[in-house]
Design a protein around this ligand. Structure first.
Ligand code: AMP
Length: 284
């Protein structure tokens, strides 16, 4: 596995590598969720193709009050995990390499970005779209893998690729969870013992909603009440949003038809956790 810090080096390294090139962008602090994406990339690339992982904590997707400075950066461990998971090439650019100090061009997705997380993190998706665009230009992948854990991000990236006519297949990776159900996240390590214990409430609430949907519940208000009741049972949980939306448009559903996305964002202290449940092909 080769590790490249500069764009020139990465491009040179890629020139001698066979296609397809399959790309997994990350911010590092890798866990089993990230590694599942690398394995999916390996499958899509086949034995001969090339799997590229990027590790870059992207400053432009953090607001000034957010955790850019303290975001974990265990690079040596990340590199050995990438090697084990089957990456061929890891790109670890320095901040200066990815952003001119007077950069004045950004990529904006102006529809899906406004919903859900876009309301409490209005800067976020412009930061994501801009950095992913740059990474796509540098890596020029045939396909890229994104986790369904960040469902809205996946939707926004799909839209960006569609609207900008990039010939890049976007492959979704299912949410990987801890044994108790908590969706894996690099930010889980911020949680203290009691918050960590209570954080399981997100996946438990989604499980309750899934059971209700399986039993035929189609009323978003009643479903939302079930979710709120469960989340409010965790004294340390501070709800950012509980939304029941269409998984394509990300807009609230007046009535649940054949598909639904339940999306949650909940604070534990200064740590904001997200989780979701997407169901398609519901009997109507
Ligand atoms: P991040 O390093 O948080 O920017 O995430 C990099 C990629 O890993 C994104 O596509 C995320 O959606 C994905 N990811 C993060 N956590 C998980 C998880 N628990 N399961 C599956 N994919 C994940």
């Amino acid at each position: 596995m080769d590790v490249h810090e500069s764009i020139e080096e990465l491009r040179a390294g890629l020139r001698s590598r066979p296609r397809p090139v399959v790309f997994v962008p990350t911010m590092g602090a890798l866990h089993a969720g990230h590694l599942s994406l690398v394995r999916l990339a390996r499958i899509r690339a086949g034995e001969r193709g090339t799997v590229v992982v990027s590790i870059f904590v992207n400053p432009s997707q953090f607001a000034p009050h957010e955790d850019f400075a303290t975001y974990p950066r265990p690079l040596a461990n990340d590199l050995s995990l990438c090697r084990e998971a089957g990456a061929d090439l890891v790109f670890t650019p320095a901040r200066e390499m990815m952003e001119a100090p007077d950069a004045s061009v950004r990529v904006l997705e102006e529809d899906l970005s406004r919903e859900l997380c876009g309301k409490s993190r209005p800067h976020f998706f412009a930061g994501v779209c801009t950095v992913v665009s740059k990474l796509f230009h540098v890596v020029a992948p045939d396909a890229a893998v994104f986790g369904e854990k960040d469902f809205q991000q996946l939707a926004v990236i799909r839209r960006m690729v569609r609207d900008l006519l990039w010939p890049i297949e976007i492959i979704p990776g299912p949410i990987v969870r801890e044994a108790d159900g908590l969706a894996m996240s690099s930010r889980n390590q911020y949680l203290d013992g009691e918050s960590r214990r209570q954080a399981v409430v997100l996946s438990r609430a989604l499980h309750i909603a899934r059971t209700a949907l399986d039993q035929g519940e189609r009323d978003p208000q009643r479903l939302r009440k079930l979710l709120l009741d469960e989340l409010q049972g965790a004294p340390l949980a501070r709800i950012d949003y509980v939304e029941i939306v269409d998984p394509d448009a990300l807009r609230p559903l007046p009535v649940i038809g054949s598909q639904v996305l339940i999306a949650l964002a909940v604070w534990f202290g200064s740590t904001r956790l997200i989780d979701n449940l997407c169901m398609r092909n519901l009997p109507t």
